[in-house]
Ligand binder design. Structure first.
Ligand code: SF4
Length: 367
């Protein structure tokens, strides 16, 4: 197993990744970058959802020039996503972007790379090399074939890295994305054996919210579980706030980071005698904006509920048309089903106060 602290540190604006720093949740805007107002609004919404680094597409000079105005109005590092056009990378850097995603082998020759590197060195901006399974070099693909995709990705990344290293540029982040989680994992593992550059991890075109979340959790999760990965992005076809939420859930499931309330709910079975699924959904919705490291359990029965969720700070378990609230596995009080939600939320408030998160109470959302 590799460990994140073996990678070198790279600074993206005020956030440092690699060298054992926290794994950061990243996302990408869906707006036209030259629409500054819409882009800033989406970034601020994403910040609130927990996004820590944001990438915007820069397909033209107008978008590159919009970066300065966007940066002034946001609070997280901004990354410019550029394909082929080196002048856009230079302009984005001049406008104050915090990282540039561009592949040096694809921008048309050494002089152009030198110019990009010169500006990035001057501004102390890292470059992310983004290797994507969907657009691999034909000669490498011919060499390794369809089953050798992870090796093709590594060789492709190596080509780009060598170009930058040849210019004594080492402020590098790499991603090796693809829609095949097994290949992606193998590629990241091979890379981590050879290089110490921080890695941005993602499974591309993962799919819709439901299927894409599962695929991302398996793919990103299995890579992170190897001790590999410094930033993550969940590429699902949905509101980017959902990408951020899923990203945080992956980190929480691996014990790497926690944001928000951790809700445990049993799957229900023949013992369940209250509408537990509805209760769990309501609790989840009410606490969705609360940012406090507490565990809340919603369990179907008193037979197994309190024991199985004894590690929860506060829990509820169902009985016949009623429910019991328990704290750290100990019974507090029993309520009729119709009073249960309200009583449970009151107890959650008490836990928030006890744990020093009184301010978070105002974020409880009743619809
Ligand atoms: Fe069934 Fe009780 Fe377990 Fe829920 S906690 S799955 S109701 S046994």
């Amino acid at each position: 197993m590799f460990t994140r602290d073996k990678t070198r540190a790279v600074k993206i604006g005020k956030v440092t990744i690699g060298a054992g720093n926290l794994v950061r949740v990243q996302s990408m805007t869906q707006t036209r970058t030259n629409d500054v107002q819409a882009t800033v609004k989406q970034i601020l919404d994403l910040e609130e959802a927990g996004c820590e680094i944001i990438r915007v597409t820069v397909p033209d000079m107008e978008s590159a020039k919009a970066i300065k105005a966007i940066k002034k109005q946001i609070n997280i590092p901004l990354v410019a996503d550029i394909h082929f056009q080196y002048l856009l990378a230079i302009e984005a850097a001049k406008q104050g972007v915090d990282k540039v995603r561009i592949n040096p082998g694809n921008i048309g020759g050494t002089d152009r790379v030198k110019e990009v590197v010169r500006v990035c060195k001057e501004k102390n901006i890292p470059i992310r090399i983004g290797v994507n399974m969907g657009s691999l070099e034909k000669d490498l693909y011919a060499k390794y074939g369809a089953l050798g995709v992870p090796r093709v990705m590594i060789e492709s990344a190596t080509r780009h890295i060598k170009i930058l290293e040849g210019l004594k540029f080492y402020n590098i982040v790499v991603s090796l994305k693809g829609d095949n989680a097994v290949f992606a994992r193998e590629a990241y593992m091979l890379f981590a054996k050879r290089f110490d550059y921080p890695l941005h991890v993602g499974i591309t075109e993962a799919g819709t919210l439901w299927a894409g979340s599962i695929k991302s959790a398996v793919g990103i999760g299995s890579i992170l579980a190897e001790g590999i990965g410094d930033t993550i992005r969940v590429s699902i076809a949905d509101d980017p706030k959902e990408q951020v939420k899923v990203g945080w859930e992956i980190l929480r499931a691996l014990g790497l980071r926690q944001k928000g309330v951790d809700i445990i709910a049993c799957p229900t079975c023949g013992r369940t005698q209250i509408n537990l699924i509805d209760l769990a959904r309501k609790v989840e919705s009410i606490v969705s904006k609360v940012d406090a490291p507490i565990k809340v359990a919603v369990m179907g029965c008193v037979v197994n509920g309190p024991g199985e969720a004894s590690f929860a700070d506060i829990g509820v378990c169902g009985g016949r048309n009623q429910g019991a609230i328990f704290k750290k596995g100990k019974l507090l009080k029993t309520y009729q089903e119709k009073e249960l939600l309200q009583a449970f939320i009151a107890e959650i408030k008490t836990v928030l106060i006890e744990k020093g998160y009184k301010k978070e109470i105002s974020k409880l959302a009743f619809h």
